[in-house]
Design a protein. Structure first.
Length: 130
């Protein structure tokens, strides 16, 4: 099903809702833009489409997402592990080495999880086919 989008700059046509959604996610289609669905006669604001309104834009994913906080926590944990390693080497203390390795391994697991989750594209349709 085709979708036409108009705004003060002009009109553009998308072959599928998926293409319209991608334009929305990239910020090319704004909430105030009007959309005409093929077979309909009334133009609707883009943000009146529930699937678009729920879709997260790129800027929201980058700075508004919780993963950014987890990255900061991961960097802090890595720094703490390095400080503990330095102190363990200075004191030749086996328990400090163990603590440093424990923190480092936990940080590797955390950062791997954050990286994998950040790479996954969130499906705003929650399992519905486009």
């Amino acid at each position: 099903m085709k979708y036409r989008v108009r705004n003060p700059d002009g009109e553009i046509e998308f072959e599928t809702f998926g293409q319209l959604e991608q334009a929305w996610l990239m910020g090319l289609v704004e909430p105030s833009d009007e959309v005409l669905q093929e077979g309909h006669q009334n133009w609707r604001r883009a943000d009146s489409f529930p699937l678009l309104a729920r879709a997260r834009r790129e800027g929201d994913n980058v700075w508004g997402g919780a993963w950014f906080l987890w990255v900061l926590i991961g960097v802090a944990a890595a720094t703490i592990a390095l400080v503990i390693f330095k102190e363990a080497a200075r004191q030749d203390n086996a328990s400090l080495w163990a603590l440093g390795f424990t923190i480092a391994i936990a940080d590797v697991v955390l950062m791997t999880r954050v990286t994998v989750n950040a790479q996954k594209r969130r499906n705003p349709h929650h399992g519905q086919r486009k």
